[in-house]
Write a protein that binds this ligand. Structure first.
Ligand code: ADP
Ligand code: MG
Length: 733
C-alpha cells in the first residue's frame, strides 16, 4: 500500500542511481517528493497548427512523425536527432541534442505532442529546438506538453520530465487521499487551498493564479510549524527555574566608573535589560546584537560581575582559542579591582591559567582547575564553596569533566544557533535542573524576519550606537595598479605608530593550477566560520608566501609577523601579545583574526583576494580596525573583473553598517543562494517566505492563537506530529 511515508526505495522504477540523486536533494519518501516544488513554470498552453508557427515562438503542436533519425555529429561528437512532423496545415523540422534514446520512444507514423521554442537555421528554416515531447493519450491529460509545465531546480541526472512523471503517477495513485495538515479554521480564515488541491496545483497548475495560491499555502505552513515550535519551546522554558540574581547596583556603578570610557546609551540599556532578566527566577534567553566594535564584551562583563557578586559562576564561551584568550585578558583586566578569580580553558593544550586578584597569571593543573570550578562542601557550614567565579574558554568547556558547582550564567560569543545548544549541553553535563541564564552575543546581523522566527525564542538587545569618537572607516577597492601606492600608505601609517593587518584568502597559490573552491562563510544567517577550522594547507601557504614577500622585499625595515591556525597555541598567543603590545607593525594572517579580535591601535586592514570572501566576512575583517579614535582604512585588493564581485565589494564601500550590508547581500545573491541555509535546514521556499515580513507576522499570530487556546496541542494531533518531526530534524543537524 502506497502511503506518504513509503520510502523511495520501494517505489517502482527507482534504481540505486536515482535513489542517490534523490537523497542528495533530501528526498527520502513519497511525501518528500511531493514537497519537492518546481521553481518556475513553462507556458505551453499555446497549441497551434503547424502552418502558423513563427520564429522565436514558444508553442505546442500536434502531428504525425513523417521521419525520425539519430546521427552522431562529426565535430562535436554529439548525438543529434532530427524528425519531421506534419499536421494538415503544414510540416516542421524538429531537432534534439544528446537524447539518443528518442528514436526508441518516438517512431515513424506516431502521433506526437511537442512543446518548445522555435529557432532558425539556413539549412532547415524554422525548426523546433529541443522540445518537450509526449504521445497523446486519450485517457489522460498531457504531462509535459500542454498548459503550464513545472520546471524543477536542476539537479544532475534528475530531469524535470522525470520528476513530473513520477509525481503525477504517485499523486494519481494516492487519489486525493493526502491527509489535511492545517486545522480547518486556519484554512478557512486564510482561504487556503486544501492540501490535495494545493499539491496538485503546485506541480500541475491550471493557472498561474492557482499555482501562486498553492505556494502561498505552503509558505505559510512551513513558517507556521517553525513558529509553533519556537513558541512552544519558549513557553516550556518559561516554566523552567533559574537562579534569581539580585542587581548589585553599587558594585555595577563602581565598575562602570572604573572604565576608561563612558558607556554608550545602548550599552547601558542592554546591560540593564540583562540584569533585569537575571533577576527573574526563569532563565534569561537574550541575544545581544551589535555591529563589530560596538562594545558587547563590556556588557557581558557587567553581567558576569553581577553574577559573581551573588556567589554564582559564569561560563563564557568563544569560538576560537585566540578569541577566548583575548576575552580572558579583557575580562580579567576590567574586573581586576573586584576580587574575582577568572579561569581560562582551551582545548588544544592542556594548560590552564587562572588569575587572581592583581596577581599575574598563575598556571594550575587541569585537575586543580576542575576542582576550582566544581568547588567543595565546607564541612562546617555545609555550603558549597567554588573558587572560580568566571571560566572563559572554547568548546573545551563543554566536556563531561567540566562540572560547575554554581553555574548561573552562560555567555556565548559569536556562535551558531546563538548558544541555545551550548547551554543545553552545559546543563546536561552538570545534571542541572536549574537552568542557567543565557546571554548570546553576535555581530552577525539577522534579518528581522529571521529574528522573529528561527530565533523567536530569544529576547533581543541591540547596540546600534558606536562608542563616541569613532571615525568612519575609509574603504577602497584596490586594483593591481594601486598596490605600490597602498604599500607606501601603510608605511606612513606605521610611521605614525599605527598597526596593520594583512589578510590572505584561503587560496592564493599561483603554482597550483586547480583552484579549490574557497569556502564562503559569510552567510548572514549561517553559522559563523570556526576560524580555526579554516586552516587548509593552501591558506597557510598563502600566508607564508605573503609574509616572506612583505618581510623581505616590501617592508624589510618594519616588524612583520605571521599568524595562522596551524600554529601552536603558545606561538599564536605570543604573536597576538606582541601585536597587542605594539612590538610588531604588520600582522599577516589568515581568517583566524576574522571574529572579535580587538587591537584598538590598528588602523589598516588590507585584504588580499577580497573577492574570495563573503560580504559579512569582509565586514567582520573591516571591524578589526576603527576601534579607537584614529582614522582607519580598509583596502580590498582584487584582480577579479567579475561584475558580481565588483558589486559586492562596492557595497562594502557604500555601506558601513552590518545591517545594511546584510540586506544588500540578500539582494545581490538572490534567494536560495545564502550559503549556510542548507546547514540550517532552511529550504529555498522558506528563505523566500522569510523575506515577507507580513507573512512572518501572520504565521506568528496564528501560532500564538493556537497555543493560547490549546498549549499542549491536544486537539491537534497532526500538528503535534509535525512538531515531533521538526524536533528530530533539528537534532539530526
Ligand atoms: P564587539 O562588540 O565587536 O565585541 P568589543 O567589545 O571588543 O566590541 O569592543 C571594541 C572596543 O571598543 C574595545 O577596545 C573596547 O574596549 C572599546 N569600547 C567598548 N565600549 C566603549 C565605549 N563606550 N567607549 C569607548 N570604547 C569602548
Ligand atoms: Mg566581540
Amino acid at each position: 500500500m502506497l502511503t506518504l511515508f513509503t520510502p523511495i526505495e520501494e517505489l517502482f522504477g527507482i534504481g540505486p542511481t536515482l535513489r542517490r540523486r534523490l537523497k542528495k536533494l533530501g528526498v527520502k519518501t513519497v511525501n518528500d517528493l511531493f514537497f519537492h516544488f518546481p521553481h518556475r513554470y513553462e507556458d505551453f498552453s499555446n497549441l497551434i497548427p503547424i502552418g502558423e508557427v513563427k520564429l522565436n515562438q514558444t508553442c505546442s503542436v500536434r502531428g504525425k512523425i513523417l521521419e525520425i533519425e539519430s546521427q552522431r555529429t562529426w565535430k562535436r561528437r554529439m548525438i543529434v536527432t532530427t524528425a519531421i512532423i506534419q499536421d494538415n496545415s503544414g510540416a516542421i523540422q524538429v531537432t534534439w541534442f544528446n537524447q539518443p534514446y528518442l528514436t526508441k520512444i518516438l517512431k515513424k507514423d506516431d502521433e506526437v505532442l511537442l512543446s518548445g521554442k522555435t529557432a532558425f537555421s539556413k539549412k532547415e528554416g524554422i525548426y523546433l529546438s529541443n522540445p518537450q515531447y509526449e504521445k497523446p493519450d486519450p485517457e489522460k491529460t498531457p504531462t509535459h506538453t500542454s498548459g503550464l509545465i513545472s520546471v524543477y531546480p536542476e539537479t544532475e541526472g534528475l530531469s524535470s520530465r522525470w520528476l513530473r512523471s513520477i509525481i503525477k503517477r504517485l499523486l494519481l495513485q494516492l487519489n486525493n487521499k493526502l491527509p489535511e495538515t492545517l486545522p480547518p479554521q486556519i484554512l478557512k480564515e486564510n482561504e487556503f487551498l486544501p492540501i490535495n488541491k494545493a499539491i496538485w496545483q503546485i506541480h500541475f497548475p491550471d493557472s498561474l493564479k492557482l499555482a501562486e495560491a498553492a505556494k502561498k499555502r505552503f509558505s505559510f505552513e512551513e513558517l507556521f510549524y517553525i513558529e509553533l515550535f519556537v513558541l512552544r519551546e519558549r513557553l516550556k522554558l518559561a516554566k523552567e527555574k533559574a537562579v534569581s540574581i539580585p542587581v548589585k547596583l553599587d558594585t555595577i556603578k563602581d565598575f562602570v566608573e572604573s572604565l576608561p570610557f563612558n558607556l554608550t546609551d545602548d550599552q547601558r540599556k542592554s546591560a540593564w535589560q540583562v540584569l533585569k532578566d537575571m533577576e527573574k527566577s526563569r532563565p534569561m534567553n537574550r541575544l545581544l546584537q551589535g555591529d563589530v566594535g560596538s562594545g558587547k564584551t563590556v556588557v557581558a562583563a557587567i553581567a558576569t560581575l553581577n553574577v559573581a557578586k551573588a556567589g554564582y559562576q559564569t561560563a563564557f564561551m568563544a569560538p576560537t582559542e585566540i578569541l577566548a584568550k583575548q576575552h580572558f585578558k579583557t575580562v580579567f583586566d576590567v574586573l581586576k579591582d573586584f576580587n574575582l578569580s577568572v579561569g581560562l580553558m582551551t582545548g588544544k593544550e592542556d594548560k590552564i591559567y587562572s588569575r587572581k586578584l592583581k596577581n599575574d597569571t598563575i598556571e594550575v593543573s587541569r585537575n586543580k582547575l576542575l576542582k576550582m570550578i566544581k568547588g567543595e562542601i565546607n564541612p562546617y557550614t555545609k555550603k558549597l564553596n567554588t573558587k572560580l567565579n568566571i571560566l572563559i574558554g572554547t568548546h573545551a568547556l563543554i566536556q563531561d569533566k567540566v562540572k560547575f558547582g554554581k553555574l548561573a550564567l552562560v555567555v556565548v560569543d559569536e556562535q551558531h544557533r546563538f548558544g541555545v545548544e551550548q547551554r543545553a549541553k552545559l546543563c546536561a553535563q552538570n545534571n542541572q535542573r536549574i537552568i542557567p541564564h543565557l546571554l548570546s552575543m553576535t555581530a552577525t546581523p539577522i534579518p528581522r524576519t529571521l529574528a522573529l522566527t528561527v530565533y523567536g525564542d530569544l529576547d533581543l538587545s541591540l547596540i546600534i550606537q558606536m562608542p563616541k569618537g569613532r571615525k568612519k572607516i575609509i574603504t577602497e577597492i584596490i586594483g593591481p595598479e594601486k598596490r605600490e601606492k597602498t604599500y607606501q600608505f601603510i608605511r606612513k601609517e606605521v610611521k605614525k605608530k599605527r598597526q596593520v593587518f594583512v589578510i590572505c584568502p584561503r587560496i592564493e597559490n599561483k603554482k597550483k593550477k586547480k583552484l579549490e573552491s574557497s569556502e564562503d562563510s559569510s552567510a548572514i544567517i549561517g553559522p559563523l566560520p570556526q576560524a580555526e577550522d579554516f586552516n587548509g594547507w593552501s591558506e597557510v601557504k598563502a600566508v607564508e608566501e605573503e609574509y616572506e614577500k612583505l618581510s623581505k622585499n616590501v617592508f624589510p625595515d618594519l616588524k612583520v609577523a605571521m599568524l595562522h591556525g596551524k600554529m601552536k597555541s603558545k606561538e599564536k598567543e605570543k604573536i597576538m601579545k606582541d601585536f597587542k603590545n605594539k612590538k610588531t607593525d604588520i600582522l599577516v594572517s589568515t581568517s583566524v583574526v576574522e571574529v572579535g579580535i580587538d587591537i584598538p591601535n590598528a588602523t589598516v586592514m588590507m585584504i588580499e583576494g577580497a573577492e574570495r570572501f563573503g560580504l559579512a566576512q569582509l565586514h567582520q575583517f573591516r571591524g578589526r580596525v576603527g576601534r579607537a579614535k584614529y582614522q582607519s582604512y580598509c583596502f580590498l585588493l582584487t584582480t577579479s573583473p567579475d561584475q558580481l564581485n565588483r558589486r559586492r565589494l562596492k557595497a562594502l564601500v557604500d555601506f558601513d553598517s552590518g545591517f545594511e550590508l546584510a540586506e544588500k547581500d540578500l539582494e545581490i545573491r538572490g534567494p536560495g543562494d545564502l550559503s549556510g541555509n542548507r546547514q540550517w535546514g532552511i529550504p529555498d521556499l522558506m528563505m523566500d517566505s522569510l523575506r515577507d515580513l507580513k507573512l512572518v507576522e501572520k504565521t506568528r499570530e496564528t501560532a500564538k492563537a493556537i497555543l493560547q487556546e490549546d498549549p499542549e496541542l491536544k486537539k491537534y494531533p497532526v500538528l503535534q506530529n509535525k512538531l515531533k518531526m521538526f524536533r528530530e530534524k533539528i537534532h539530526l543537524e
